[in-house]
Ligand binder design. Structure first.
Ligand SMILES: *Cc1c(COP(=O)(O)O)cnc(C)c1O
Length: 398
């Protein structure tokens, strides 16, 4: 089949929940993807921050293949070695004490919400606790995750949401304080808002939120599904702020392609929340997922991914700043490490159109909200790839 045939057939059978680009991807290698007609694409999206190690990493592939031949799945009624290994490594790098593996980011958010509600329930036996989430946040598409996602058009057709969620403004401590009362059980936010347009938390905000939580026995849930796993230049973005969460969600790059996520918590929260019977999953953290996570964390260390992110991230953000000085249609640049956004004056250029043009020229990018283009390359990216990306990107800005 050629590309057009696959696209036409896909349009007949896939539920139309995405406006897909007219490209059929076939294989990947390092920083590059190839479509089924052999066209090469430089990838600055990484499957939305998933492929931290780039495509077709031999070490990762062979570890996962070996696990396929050994045992894929057990159910969570039994132990498996790869999963215990993954849990040991993930608790170590996050500084958390206990982990529950899920199949996706949204499921990790569901688990975090349940943990917070159970914690508060055990404390006072009431069932009307509130969670404070942020405007312009994104936490996933299942009902619970959608309920804490501060994007009205995503929510409206599916009302009613789960109850007792209040929305404050990200980086506006007063707006959060105004919502705190004795029913508040958790504050949930991304450390760096991703879909909302690449907004890192301000240090004063993050410290203030942590203090507010400590003062009122409120659990701080940080969603690092996109900004975690090295993308910010630290293993987790909260490390930039000198604070730690009570509950942490991860997904995307934690499996580098094998679908896996997790919610993690401190021992204090674990001891006072979920018990056997409270939560479960058939697939979550099966041996294949465990093997993927365990291998990813080994390779992160071996390749010194954090050093690379810090160095190339600095290079990328300086180059993007240059673009902002140069082009009228660009208003600013922001981000941490290899999670960068360029803000457009949409009266002069539309991010969606630029992303389309870039794709035609063999560069994969992604938007974030109506006025931002996001740069989320695999974390193995080098300066030369940034230069190659910029050469194509400049052609698209003309
Ligand atoms: C992608 C994302 C999610 C949802 O993850 P899924 O695996 O798509 O369910 C949640 N939170 C953040 C910050 C994300 O970027």
């Amino acid at each position: 089949m050629n590309m057009q045939q696959v696209i036409e057939e896909g349009e007949q059978v896939l539920l139309h929940t995405y406006n897909r680009y007219p490209v059929v991807l076939d294989r990947g290698d390092g920083m590059y993807l190839y479509d089924i007609e052999g066209k090469k694409y430089l990838d600055f999206c990484a499957g939305i921050a998933v492929f931290a190690l780039g495509y077709n990493n031999e070490r990762y592939n062979s570890a996962v293949k070996a696990q396929v031949d050994k045992l894929l799945h057990t159910s969570n009624y039994y132990y498996s070695q790869p999963t215990v290994e993954a849990a040991k490594k993930l608790t170590k790098v996050t500084g958390m004490d206990r982990v529950f593996f899920t199949n996706s980011g949204a499921e990790a958010i569901e688990g975090a919400i349940k943990t917070a509600r159970k914690y508060a329930y055990l404390r006072d036996k009431s069932t009307d606790h509130e969670i404070i989430a942020m405007n312009h946040s994104f936490h996933g598409r299942t009902m619970g995750a959608l309920s804490v996602t501060g994007n009205e058009p995503y929510r409206q057709p599916f009302l009613p949401m789960i109850g007792n969620i209040r929305f404050a403004d990200f980086n506006d401590l007063k707006s959060v304080k105004a919502l705190v009362n004795d029913k508040t059980c958790a504050i949930l936010m991304e450390t760096v808002q991703g879909e909302g347009g690449i907004h890192p938390a301000d240090p004063y905000f993050m410290k203030g939120i942590r203090q507010l939580c400590d003062d009122n026995d409120i659990l701080l849930i940080l969603d690092e599904i996109q900004c975690g796993m090295g993308r910010s230049g630290k293993m987790f973005a909260f490390e930039h702020y000198g604070i730690t969460p009570d509950i942490l969600t991860v997904a995307k790059a934690v499996g580098c392609g094998v679908p896996v996520g997790a919610f993690l918590m401190t021992e204090r929260v674990a001891k006072a929340s979920l018990v056997p019977g409270d939560h479960g999953t058939t697939y979550g953290g099966n041996p294949l997922a465990g093997c993927a996570v365990s291998t990813v964390l080994d390779l992160f260390e071996e390749y010194d991914i954090l050093e690379n992110v810090t160095r190339v991230g600095r290079y990328l953000s300086a180059k993007l700043e240059d673009l902002v000085m140069e082009y009228d249609c660009l208003l600013g640049q922001r981000g941490l490490g290899l999670m960068q956004g360029l803000v457009f004056d949409t009266s002069k250029a539309t991010p969606g159109e630029i992303v389309k043009k870039a794709l035609e020229k063999g560069l994969i990018l992604i938007t974030a909200g109506p006025d931002v283009i996001r740069f989320l390359p695999p974390l193995i990216v080098k300066e030369e790839h940034v230069d190659e990306m910029l050469a194509i990107f400049r052609e698209c800005l003309l």
